[in-house]
Design a protein around this ligand. Structure first.
Ligand code: ATP
Length: 756
């Protein structure tokens, strides 16, 4: 790039910076004025607040004051948001420019692209386009040559004649260069060569074409994004949220979007991306948190982490074997039919209603509920019946409350209570409505508990699992053992992981519709760890939502979960428009790490690493635990010397981490152990079980117990562990106990080392 171009670009940047500063200063002044007005409004309001016996006019005036104050406060907040956006732009106003020649024109127009748009106030000139604007999509989708974007009246065609990328920091151009294909690999290399930060960053400056398609898909109700480890699925989820919030800004706010991720650590790790993009964080949940919320208190619901720990580290006894048989049956497609059949049966008879009892007396009896349910409501579908039943109970309670209130009022009037009629009425109302609030809570509890009771009732039927057993390859008598085990758990108030989705499904069938109408878009990251039943539950619980599922079947860490339903999404979301996008490239790890990791999996060869060279992974053999600890400590020191900050010692289980922690912490002061109870990501040196490391990334990964991955079902687990690494990967085996899952990895893909 020649000096003249540098000069022009610097001059343009100076013009943009001057406009940004002008707008910032104007905003600051206007905000200050508003702040003063708010303070004086508040003071005036308190000083002139009408006294208790105020005239009607005074009260009306006061109410107007309150509304005006609320308006001013809202404006003040909006100004604050705008100001934050301008401050961010003052730091780095744009990251790219495309020059586009509209069809029929002779000259090309430069289009500068940044996190937000900017228009010059005096001239109306558009100085920067938001990366989400339709015209900006050409930056991601095309190289030099013919290009088009979606205009309001159809495609707008023309030619891209230049594509330029910038790195601007604190209003200074650090570098810029032109590229003629996609987004220059140089930039990508530069972005990927960095070290892991405390939190994930946005990727707007280098979104790749295949990713852009996923981010901007707006034509489908259900979108599935499948791609290998490090292909940017989590990044896509977040930039897609930002895109949807922009595109539908009149009808969609952050309150209407829900993001499911596997654990709180990951939630914390990604929590900066949306604010960085100028958007508020959306609602984030784990499926477990959602289940606890839906199923009400009083039940002990097992989460994924504790469940996996049990599967991987639990004692292999009779109970363990029974549980495994149970999981096989409960994850099979036929289980859904069994649950449906049970609901159908209960539509005819046997719904497990309970008496609603308050202070020893029955307010609504189970028999009465059943009479309504199977009587005048019998013609309705079950969830309508349930809604009507609730209404009927509410009405009955309202009548009862009125009756009680009158009774109580009469008692007060007859008694010693000294007060005006009005005071007596108010006193009676207060006391009685306090009681009825509690009764209503009891009613709510009874309805919420119907799901678990229905499930328990199903498991109380001998032979109920028999039809499933054959399909899941489980002997009939084993099915009875599963039944007894599940029944005992549910009766003890425990909900094992494999029963959580079924239970929620039953609840959804019962209470279905009226829930979560506010949520209009649900995104599910790490979708490969969900079963079809999970998806059925989500569909029913968010009836107005569109869905985005992002996952990688090769990283399904549950040994018995196969996310086949993701390939058959139309079966779950019948009657919706849906599509699946496949990503091929992997951005996280060096080429050497991807090469190594993909040999762990059958069929892993299709993964296309972005060409970024590094060191070969190293396989280290150690004699005993002392040698392991020494080798790990030396390696960490060495990696830190090379500038790596985020280093994970990954083990198969939490029990493994607990066993190694004391010895390793003595050799590595500052080591942190991450457990399922943690809610924050730390970019230092951590000891972590693999199922908690999923979704995260580290500069270097040290798989401390490679010898322990012995079973075929654990391939995906080992693959997931290895693919957390950006730059360096080390695996440690016991001498004489090689990991059979590494047998197919060609010897020239790693370096072998022996430490004794
Ligand atoms: N287009 C891109 N430009 C720059 N960096 C990218 C791009 N796409 C992905 N990355 C980076 O690659 C890494 C992996 O991305 P991300 O975590 O979103 O992938 P993933 O598919 O969710 O991975 P996994 O399935 O292994 O959890 C992140 O550091 C992300 O910032």
């Amino acid at each position: 790039m020649d000096e003249r171009e540098w000069h022009e670009e610097r001059a343009r940047l100076a013009k943009v910076m001057a406009e940004l500063r002008r707008q910032r200063d104007a905003l600051l002044a206007s905000r200050e004025q508003r702040a003063k007005a708010i303070v004086s409004d508040r003071r005036e309001m308190w000083e002139e607040a009408p006294h208790a016996a105020a005239e009607f006019d005074e009260v009306v005036e006061m109410a107007q004051h309150v509304v005006q104050l609320a308006d001013r406060e809202r404006d003040y907040r909006i100004l604050g948001d705008l100001l934050r956006r301008l401050e961010r732009m003052l730091h780095s106003p744009y990251f790219a420019r495309i020059d586009f020649r509209f069809e029929g024109d002779t000259a090309a127009e430069p289009v500068y692209i940044g996190i937000s748009s900017l228009t010059a106030e005096e001239t109306g000139e558009r100085l920067i386009y938001d990366w989400r604007a339709p015209i900006a999509s050409m930056y991601y989708d095309y190289g030099i040559g013919p290009a088009e974007f979606a205009g309001p009246a159809g495609p707008v065609r023309g030619e891209l004649v230049r594509k330029r990328q910038y790195k601007i920091t604190d209003g200074r151009i650090e570098w810029m260069f032109d590229s003629d294909v996609g987004i220059g690999d140089d930039i990508l290399q530069w972005m990927l060569g960095r070290n892991v930060d405390e939190k994930m960053s946005s990727i707007v400056a280098s979104i790749q074409r295949e990713q852009n398609q996923a981010i901007r898909d707006d034509a489908h109700d259900v979108l599935v994004v499948e791609g290998p480890a490090g292909s940017g699925k989590t990044s896509i989820a977040l930039q897609r949220i930002a895109y949807l919030l922009y595109r539908h800004r009149r009808s969609l706010t952050s309150q209407n979007v829900m993001l499911f991720a596997p654990n709180r650590i990951l939630h914390d790790y990604i929590s900066n991306v949306l604010p960085e993009l100028g958007e508020e964080n959306v609602q984030q949940m784990t499926f477990h948190e959602y289940a606890v919320q839906r199923l009400g208190g009083g039940l002990e619901v097992e989460d994924m982490a504790h469940h996996l720990e049990y599967l991987l580290a639990g004692r292999r006894d009779e109970a363990y074997a029974t549980r495994l048989d149970g999981i096989r049956m409960k994850f099979s497609p036929a289980y859904l039919s069994l649950l449906d059949a049970w609901v159908t049966a209960c539509e005819q008879a046997g719904m497990p209603f309970a008496n609603v009892v308050y202070q020893g007396s029955t307010v609504v009896s189970a028999a009465e509920l059943a009479q309504w349910f199977y009587g005048k409501l019998a013609h309705l579908p079950i969830h309508h019946r349930m809604a009507k039943l609730r209404e009927a109970v509410q009405e009955k309670l309202a009548r009862l409350e009125e009756q009680k209130r009158r009774q109580y009022e009469r008692r007060l009037q007859r008694g010693q209570y000294a007060g005006s009629d009005e005071e007596i009425r108010r006193e009676a109302e207060e006391v009685v409505s306090r009681h009825f609030r509690r009764i209503r809570l009891e009613v709510r509890r009874m309805f919420v508990s119907l799901g678990p009771r229905l499930y328990e009732q199903m498991y109380a039927q001998a032979g109920i699992l028999a039809p499933l057993a054959a399909e899941a390859g489980v002997a009939p008598e084993r099915a009875e053992a599963v039944r007894a085990q599940t029944l005992a758990a549910i009766r003890a108030g425990r909900v094992p992981f494999e029963d959580v989705a079924p239970l929620l499904y039953l609840s959804a069938r019962l209470h279905g519709t009226a829930v979560n109408n506010r949520i209009l878009h649900v995104l599910v990251d790490e979708a490969q760890d969900y079963t079809r039943l999970h998806a059925e539950v989500l569909r029913r619980m968010f009836p107005r939502a569109r869905f985005t599922f992002l996952g990688d079947p090769r990283q399904a860490i549950h040994p018995l979960v196969t996310a086949d339903w993701l390939n058959d999404i139309g079966q779950v979301f019948t009657g919706t428009s849906h599509t699946t996008l496949h990503l091929r490239r992997s951005y996280r790890s060096t080429q050497e790490i991807v090469e190594f990791a993909r040999h762990i999996l059958p069929g892993g060869r299709e993964i296309d690493p972005v060409r970024r060279g590094g060191e070969k992974p190293r396989l280290v053999r150690v004699a005993d635990e002392d040698a392991l600890v020494r080798a790990l400590a030396d390696e960490v020191a060495h990696l830190q010397g090379d500038g790596m900050r985020a280093i994970a010692v990954v083990m198969r289980t939490d029990a493994g981490c607990a066993g190694l922690y004391d010895a390793l912490a003595a050799a590595l002061p500052g080591l942190r152990r991450l457990t399922a109870e943690d809610a924050a990501f730390h970019a230092g040196v951590v000891l972590v079980p693999v199922y908690l490391a999923k979704g995260l990334e580290f500069d270097a990964v040290l798989v401390a117990d490679a010898s322990d991955y012995q079973e075929e079902a654990e391939r995906r687990l080992l693959y997931t562990a290895c693919t957390r690494a950006l730059h360096r990967l080390r695996l440690y085996e016991w001498q004489g106990a090689p990991c059979p899952l590494l047998a197919q990895v060609p010897a020239d893909l790693y370096e072998a080392d022996v430490r004794v």
